[in-house]
Design a protein around this ligand. Sequence first.
Ligand SMILES: Cc1cc2nc3c(=O)[nH]c(=O)nc-3n(C[C@H](O)[C@H](O)[C@H](O)COP(=O)(O)OP(=O)(O)OC[C@H]3O[C@@H](n4cnc5c(N)ncnc54)[C@H](O)[C@@H]3O)c2cc1C
Ligand code: SF4
Length: 481
Amino acid sequence: MEGTEEKTASNPMNVDVEMPRQRPKERVKNFKEVALGYTEEMAIQEARRCMQCKNPPCIKGCPVDVPIPSFIDCILQGKYAEGIAVIKTKNSLPAVCGRVCPQEGQCQMNCVRGKKGDPVNIGRLERFLADWEREHGAQIPERTPSTGKKIAVIGGGPAGLTAAADLVKMGHAVTLFEALHVAGGVLSYGIPEFRLPKDIVQKEIEYVQKLGVDLRLGNLIGRIHTIPELMEQGYHAIFISSGAGLPQWTGCPGENLGGIYSANEFLIRVNLMKAYNFPEQDTPIRIGKHVVVIGGGNVAMDCARISMRLGAKVCLNYRRSRTELPARREEIENAEEEGLMCNFLNAPAEFYGDEKGWVRSMRCTCMELTESDEKGRQGVKPIACSDFEVDADTIIVAIGQTPNPIIQRTTAGLKTDPRNGTIIVDEDGRTNLDGVFAGGDVATGAATVISAMGAGKRAAKAMHEYLMNEGPRGERPSTGN
Ligand SMILES: Cc1cc2nc3c(=O)[nH]c(=O)nc-3n(C[C@H](O)[C@H](O)[C@H](O)COP(=O)(O)OP(=O)(O)OC[C@H]3O[C@@H](n4cnc5c(N)ncnc54)[C@H](O)[C@@H]3O)c2cc1C
Ligand code: SF4
């Protein structure tokens, strides 16, 4: 019977197989991957815990509908190539998702094993198969006959890569325009090497290219070509997946002092330009001895863990309490094991500099929790006369990102939300302009890898429908100039 056993030490089926990890004292001195992956024996042992439910609730928790029990069954039978093929029917980036997806709030949250014990560790099993495939060579599906339709995808993050992969599999000719010199979006420039090694991201990008996607790097759309120009060049439909890469600032006095970074700048320097390897790499990063990271999400946690690896003492300042930290539990625990200190329930009020214009300290105001909003999130309000000062010679502001407005500004009539600049879409990613779709962080604001991938999948399906059956509707895009 599903989910009826007790969670006891005497019943090993209720306890998941632990993932080997680098020890905290060692890993905080290097940028190598922290989690080391299951061995074959571990994967089979964990796969045995899956009860192959008839109506598997885990699938309902997966934004891209991966047939979870089927791929787990393949592991049990030793059919690894079949297992990864099952995953890839729905997910073109399994090595990424197996590492960074918040499974604890999605598929694993629904797993019936979780009622009386640990849920089946679906993410680790997905990672096992993806890593097995990388070692043994990926199978490339045969090309679908051409539909004669040309599609432009703008932005090579998880939303764009997923939409491009799905559209090319449907027989369309897909060009993927990426502004940076590497694709991957946040997977390449944001999430650090010790959580998501870049050679793994590169392999996933190569897989999408091998499917037939024409990847054009260094192409900032809105500058090199606009969307109306792409339409004039013969693209029949466009998918905008340009992410949310514009940093938000606190707006407090003193924020322009030296030593205060936005999380984006800090992460790009370290991850993309490999500043942690300076002077072997050209880009330096100046980091002090006492770093304060402002924020509490995955971005803040990554900045904090990088700073510790660069030799600093790090304190995370978050305006709510530990319970409300939005970062993944696993990453909070990893960071604390590595020596992260946390200062909860306070917000920055002012930054102070030294005579050279470099930050030296920060004034903070204590906060208290108030009632929850309609989404169930606790509010906060400042406590009067509660300010205190903390020393800091580097401050990293990680309080959120919004979309870069360049595409929105160069595409007349494209409807956006005036509050945050996100592009307004329906549930399938249709914008108000004919043939123009959008999805991922550019439409939702900063979210997760898998939600961006889900948006890419839904939009790809809707674009296929549009190109093959529906035909033009609404206003065509124009520059409006
Ligand atoms: C540091 C950090 C850690 C995170 N950790 C996690 C995690 O652990 N788990 C998780 O699920 N999510 C995590 N996230 C969130 C997740 O990475 C994002 O939600 C996801 O990457 C969004 O995907 P996207 O494809 O919409 O956008 P992005 O990944 O931002 O990709 C957008 C791409 O578009 C390109 N682009 C932008 N403008 C243009 C233009 N005009 N022309 C051409 N190209 C353009 C950009 O260069 C970029 O490559 C993290 C985010 C950050 C920043
Ligand atoms: S992973 Fe969990 S919910 Fe899914 S089939 Fe296995 S036991 Fe059932």
